[in-house]
Design a protein around this ligand. Structure first.
Ligand SMILES: Nc1nc2c(c(=O)[nH]1)N[C@H]1C(S)=C(S)[C@@H](COP(=O)(O)OP(=O)(O)OC[C@H]3O[C@@H](n4cnc5c(N)ncnc54)[C@H](O)[C@@H]3O)O[C@H]1N2
Ligand code: MOO
Length: 413
């Protein structure tokens, strides 16, 4: 373990590099696929279009230069045109998506012809490009090509594409199993009476609801007491089932802070403390089992410290474990102008809770009033974190990197 306070960007790079996708897949039905990651390549198994068909409502004609045709057939979408063949001078009434009969040279839109009885005549101002308005078999997708690649995150469009190919289910990366603990003798669950010195546990429900919204399979591990033996046993037991453990509190330097020692006894502590504000005591490591490693992320107990280190550090690592490519697993970020100045520099890299607003100059980041790492009410007013470099003075209008809060509430898998 290193005792040096790591910079945020070094920590993030290490987390992204050292957390590799789990090697478990499951087959999931079409309607439940949103946000899931494909576990293998999916081939094109039907040409698209599967047959030549009309792109317009109008007439399939034989003989583009004729100017007049006899309508001998009517073919709607869903009809079978296999037995139909147009002779020169003949036409078939046809509709968008309907199969093109043999002998067709072009399709003419119905707006471009006059029809009298069974004769159609091309309008004087209309022209025909040979082969127009025919969607050819296989022009979009060809059987045997790759439809979607392993690792692709599915969205409504790609789920629609799977349906086009008739897939009712596909193999995807299994949901990551995360067990969430809070810790501290002072914690009481909302709904229970508070005794003197106690507070309500906010971190656990915050992290559980967030993880569930992102598509992780979450187990509520409960609140750990401030006791080394109980903490150690709980971590060890959770590690048998879970791919990752996320806990908050008890990672600072006080003698009631047992989480690090518990991890050291049952696993490996990789890093303790980062040079960031808030969230300095952020810790990670792992517990090795016979079949798999369980990755452990320990967030500082102050609610805002927990929230910031979850979004900026633990979540990117969890997304890597869930199969996301490195570049997608990073927190979403862009540039905004500082809507504030700072002449007394903060030594640590800071994630200031801000409101992002848009004006004629673009995005502007203005800090919310309550910046304490214990003050979740400040976050309730904010929609982003603005990063300030260690020791930097800031002038109004400077460019800052900002990270939207809860940026990717779309499921992870
Ligand atoms: N002597 C020092 N003291 C502290 C340092 C330090 O470097 N030297 N670091 C401070 C910083 S920075 C932070 S952040 C906190 C983090 O401490 P822990 O992770 O050990 O967290 P706790 O001591 O257990 O709790 C801190 C604070 O948060 C409250 N808390 C904890 N869990 C929850 C929860 N689930 N829901 C709501 N609130 C929670 C807890 O009651 C404390 O008030 O350490 C500083 N101290
Ligand atoms: O790192 Mo602590 O989160 O400054 O309060």
């Amino acid at each position: 373990m290193s005792n040096a306070l790591l910079d945020y960007h070094d920590a993030l790079a290490t987390l992204l590099q050292t957390h590799r996708p789990i090697d478990r897949s499951e087959t999931v039905a079409l309607a439940q696929l949103n946000g899931r990651l494909l576990a293998s390549d999916v081939p094109v198994r039907l040409d698209v279009p599967a047959f030549d068909n009309s792109a317009m409502d109008g007439y399939a004609i034989h003989g583009d230069a004729l100017g007049q045709w006899q309508v001998v057939q009517r073919i709607a979408a869903g009809d079978d045109a296999a037995g139909v063949a147009l002779q020169p001078g003949q036409a078939a009434r046809i509709f968008t998506g309907a199969p093109i009969p043999a002998g067709t040279t072009s399709v003419v839109m119905q707006e471009h012809v006059q029809r009298e009885a069974d004769t159609i005549t091309l309008a004087a101002d209309a022209q025909i490009q040979p082969g127009q308005h025919i969607r050819r078999r296989g022009e979009e997708l060809r059987t045997g090509d790759t439809l979607l690649r392993q690792g692709q995150r599915l969205n409504p469009a790609t789920i629609g594409l799977l349906a086009i190919q008739g897939y009712a289910e596909v193999p995807v990366v299994a949901q990551l199993r995360v067990t969430v603990f809070s810790s501290g003798n002072e914690l009481v669950q909302p709904g229970q009476p508070l005794q003197s010195g106690q507070i309500y546990d906010s971190n656990r429900v915050m992290l559980i609801t967030w993880l569930r919204a992102l598509g992780f399979a979450v187990t509520d591990g409960g609140a750990l007491p401030d006791r080394l033996d109980a903490t150690r046993d709980a971590l060890q037991q959770a590690a048998q089932q879970a791919d990752a453990i996320l806990c908050s509190g008890g990672v600072s330097v006080g003698e009631e802070d047992h989480l690090k020692n518990a991890l050291t006894e049952v696993g490996t502590l990789i890093q303790w403390r980062l040079f960031i504000k808030p969230g300095k005591p952020f810790t990670w490591g792992h517990i090795s089992g016979p079949a798999k490693d369980c990755h452990v992320f320990m967030l500082p107990g102050n609610p805002v410290s927990s929230l910031v280190t979850f979004q900026q550090l633990a979540l990117p690592a969890l997304r890597r474990l869930a199969g996301w490519p490195v570049d997608q697993a990073r927190p979403l970020q862009f540039k905004a102008r500082a809507g504030f100045g700072r002449s007394r520099p903060e030594p640590r890299r800071e994630f200031v809770r801000v409101v992002l607003t848009q004006d004629a100059q673009g995005w502007r980041a203005t800090p919310v009033a309550r910046q304490g790492s214990n003050m979740l009410s400040g976050v309730a007013q904010a929609n982003a974190l603005a990063e300030t470099a260690p020791g930097a003075c800031i002038a109004e209008g400077d460019w800052l990197t900002v990270y939207p809060l809860f940026d990717q509430l779309a499921p992870v898998h």
